[in-house]
Design a protein around this ligand. Structure first.
Ligand code: PLP
Length: 376
């Protein structure tokens, strides 16, 4: 099987599995317990917190473990809503943001959705001009999960600072895939998830700059400084920390390798399969993302054909699969329903090989030809 859907989820790496295993077996202590078994678990959780903090250039007390990206996103937006002031976001956010924003609006909250250009880049001038005084939060994703467009995060951080509002970024697709520095980039909140980086599912974190005033979303014990109570997911947290360590090692080499492989894939497809166009930005793009439309062929049909060849790709966003209708991201980029339905997404990372890419291109070519011959 060839797995080119790394943006949907990833295989847990050996290092994460090995790190987790003792905590699923003998080291089952509760981190709140005062005897050694508990202290061992607590120390492992704190070690993960230190690893993660280092990866985004902050200190550990700003990291709050959650169940993943969706929870982290919801937590920040709920807090912003409770301040009773407007929220600014973009039209291409993940549903973890968009559907929470809709819920906020249904409760009388004020949410403004900023458009992007045809490549998926937020229009900074529009943000600066429209952001109203008293805005509580700007929430713009670090990188888009469908087209891979990377937003001008540092510039957004600067605008937010100038307008005296806070800045949240959903970095689920970017964390450990590109360098992130919350200080330099002016980020006040950052969401990330374990399962996009070869860590386990059901675990993530939220970075919070001014956590002293940050309220819990659920109430209970004193875990996570009383802000995210509930007995910690020790194996998950430990696994995520181990995965972060692996991902961050030689990150720039991994990025170059992914970019080379992705460009090779894109160039071969564009050269060898007529009628393909790339969606999203050529220059501001996650290193492993390729989203393209194939003339005359529905993306969902191509996903099924490729699956018969044991190649995993996705049509639009896998997180949104099962959802009817064209991709909201491609629609926001100005595409018609018909164009949007033709999109496929191939996402690779440093674990993929050139041989896999070659076989993928050959299968894609064969399936496109078969499809086109059949539809004549
Ligand atoms: N935000 C983005 C950009 C994502 O791509 C995803 C998942 O694909 C999420 C949020 C949700 O993360 P999780 O699956 O950890 O809840």
């Amino acid at each position: 099987m060839i797995y080119l859907d790394q943006a949907a989820t990833t295989k847990v790496c050996d290092e994460a599995k090995e790190a987790m295993e003792p905590f699923l077996r003998d080291l089952y202590g509760n981190p709140s317990s005062l005897y050694e078994l508990g202290e061992t678990a607590k120390e492992a959780v704190e070690e993960s917190r230190r690893i993660i903090a280092k990866a985004i250039h902050c200190t550990p007390e700003h990291i709050f473990f959650t169940s993943g990206g969706t929870e982290s996103d919801n937590w920040v937006l709920e807090q912003a809503f409770l301040k009773g002031r407007p929220i600014f976001t973009s039209t291409i956010e993940h549903h973890a943001i968009l559907n929470k924003c809709r819920q906020i609006q249904s409760r009388g909250g004020d949410v403004c959705y900023l458009p992007t250009d045809s490549k998926g880049v937020i229009q900074l001038k529009l943000l600066e001009e429209n952001i109203v005084s008293g805005t509580s939060l700007v929430s713009v994703m670090f990188a888009n999960n469908e087209v891979g467009t990377m937003e001008p995060v540092e510039e957004i951080g600067n605008i937010a600072k100038k307008k005296h509002c806070e800045f949240h970024t959903d970095a689920v697709q970017a964390f450990c895939h590109v360098p992130i520095d919350v200080e330099r980039m002016g980020i006040d909140y950052l969401s990330a998830s374990g399962h996009k980086i070869h860590g386990p599912k059901g675990v993530g974190f939220l970075y919070v700059r001014n956590y002293q005033n940050f309220l819990p979303m659920i109430y209970g014990g004193e875990q996570e400084q009383g802000r995210r109570p509930g007995t910690e997911n020790v194996p998950g947290i430990v696994g995520m920390g181990a995965a972060v360590k692996v991902q961050m090692k030689n990150l720039s080499e991994k990025i170059h390798r992914e970019e080379r492989l992705r460009n090779y894939l894109a160039n071969r497809i564009l050269r060898e399969i007529p009628g393909c166009t790339v969606n999203g930005s050529a220059s501001r793009r996650l290193p492993g993302n390729l989203n393209l439309s194939i003339a005359g062929i529905e993306g969902a049909a191509m996903v099924t054909l490729m699956s018969d060849d044991e190649i995993c790709i996705s049509a639009g966003s896998a997180c949104a699969s099962g959802q009817a209708g064209p991709s909201h991201v491609l629609k926001a980029l100005g595409q018609s329903d018909e164009q949007a339905y033709r999109a496929i997404r191939l996402t690779l990372d440093y674990t993929n090989t050139k041989e896999e890419i070659d076989r993928t291109v050959e299968c894609l070519k064969r399936n496109v030809n078969r499809f086109r011959r059949g539809s004549r």
